[in-house]
Ligand binder design. Structure first.
Ligand code: NDP
Ligand code: MG
Length: 380
């Protein structure tokens, strides 16, 4: 029986991972970790009987410990708790479905402990890819993409020589504001930005999709996962989200993966790779679809994407600044403390002020994250 642990089990990817586990019935959940949703975590503990479960705050952990005293699950907390769940002795795969670069330390520790990573938590790879990929290679660990585009690329690479890859065609829905210009986005409210046309996801990535910063993070994620230059990753807007991404080869052939928008497919593919299994759900009906559309992304309006290309190209610590600034700016927007268009402005301001460090250590990455936060907070 396959044994896994899930960081971020109460979120959008986390709950869908547990649905895949439930539907297949042959995976054992050894560990779970969540931020603060202890009601859902308690239900998950009672259903999946993990050995350990982590909650971020000490107080919440204390409370939960009392509530699940009748079970055998040990409740732990804080960063130590996350790391403990990440490195549990018997697990083979760690699903990183936590949001934000808080995932860096547990991911690194899990790789050191020899766990394969089913990676949804793109912020970790964007900021620490230069540490994670060589470490994974050294320890013989697989990094299996969960992000739908990267799973599509991974699937399109199967059976082909990586050296014959010409470029990666990363598809994007364009988000709810596709076709709009800056002046149309001045008064965007949280409710407007939270409406994604094709996918239902956590709040942070939904905002990132609307600004196209998510696509920018994905360009850098692709650079690390598939060892390509960011200039060889071309974003193609495909508004129906049916082509999940494509690979162009030396001979001009383009191989793509298509499907209905359902994150359970990439999750299941990562958990059982290289096996393909039955997955319930809607199938593509091309007679009904009729046609697919393609567009060039508007990097003037959605210039967060342009900034991501710059951060990805220059590398070093700049992607950390790009990501950290975005994380704080998005949470400010969600708390209604920043306007929508300020998100990209804040990122640009932080990137301009930063002195790039070529190969930042983990400590430097975390310091730069804190400095970026300080810079944003001090200017409010
Ligand atoms: P959600 O916001 O839905 O879930 C985030 C999860 O992380 C929750 O379980 C949350 O716990 C947990 N979490 C947050 N902070 C902490 C913390 N300090 N300690 C422990 N757990 C914490 O996010 P998504 O599932 O949408 O996204 C997760 C990751 O996957 C992101 O990196 C995103 O970019 C990526 N991704 C998501 C996709 C999607 O379809 N949703 C698609 C592709 C990638 P709690 O709720 O208890 O606070
Ligand atoms: Mg994606």
């Amino acid at each position: 029986m396959k044994k896994i642990a899930v960081l971020g089990s109460t979120g959008s990817i986390g709950t869908q991972t547990l649905e895949v586990v439930r539907e297949n019935g042959d995976i054992q959940v050894m560990g779970l970790a969540a931020g603060s949703n202890t009601d859902l975590l308690e239900k998950q503990i009672r259903e999946f009987h993990p050995v350990k479960a982590a909650v971020w705050s000490k107080e919440k952990a204390k409370e939960l410990r009392v509530r699940v005293a009748d079970t055998d699950t040990e409740i732990i907390s804080g960063m130590e708790g996350l790391i403990e769940v990440a490195v549990m002795e018997d697990t083979q795969i760690l699903v990183t479905a936590i949001v934000g670069m808080i995932g860096i330390r547990p991911t690194i520790e899990a790789i050191k402990a020899g766990k394969d990573i089913a990676l949804a938590n793109k912020e970790t790879l964007v900021t620490a890819g230069h540490l994670i990929m060589p470490l994974a290679e050294k320890t013989g660990v697989s990094i299996l993409p969960v992000d739908s585009e990267h799973s599509a690329i991974f699937q399109s690479l199967q059976g082909n020589d990586r050296r014959t890859v010409k470029k990666i065609l990363l598809t994007a829905s364009g988000g709810p504001f596709r076709g709009k210009k800056q002046e149309d986005l001045l008064e965007i409210r949280v409710e407007d930005a939270l409406k994604h046309p094709n996918w239902s996801m956590g709040a942070k990535i939904t905002i990132d999709s609307s600004t196209m910063v998510n696509k920018g993070l994905e360009v850098i994620e692709a650079k690390w996962l598939f060892d390509v230059e960011v200039d060889d990753v071309q974003v193609v807007v495909q508004p129906q989200s049916i082509i999940h991404s494509m690979v162009e080869y030396e001979d001009g052939a383009v191989i793509a993966q298509l499907g209905t928008p359902d994150m359970k497919l990439p999750i299941q593919y990562a958990l059982y790779y290289p096996e393909r299994r039955y997955l319930p759900g809607e199938r593509l009906d091309f007679w009904n679809i009729g046609k697919l559309d393609f567009e060039k992304p508007d990097m003037e309006t959605f210039y967060g994407l342009k900034l991501a290309y710059e951060a990805g190209k220059r590398g070093g610590s700049l992607p950390t600044v790009f990501n950290a600034a975005n994380e704080l700016a998005v949470s400010m927007f969600l708390r209604r403390e920043a306007k929508y268009l300020e998100i990209s402005e804040i990122i640009e301001d932080c990137m301009m002020a930063h002195k790039n460090i070529e190969n930042p250590t983990l400590e430097q990455i975390l310091e730069i994250e804190a400095e970026t936060y300080e810079r944003i907070n001090s200017r409010r």
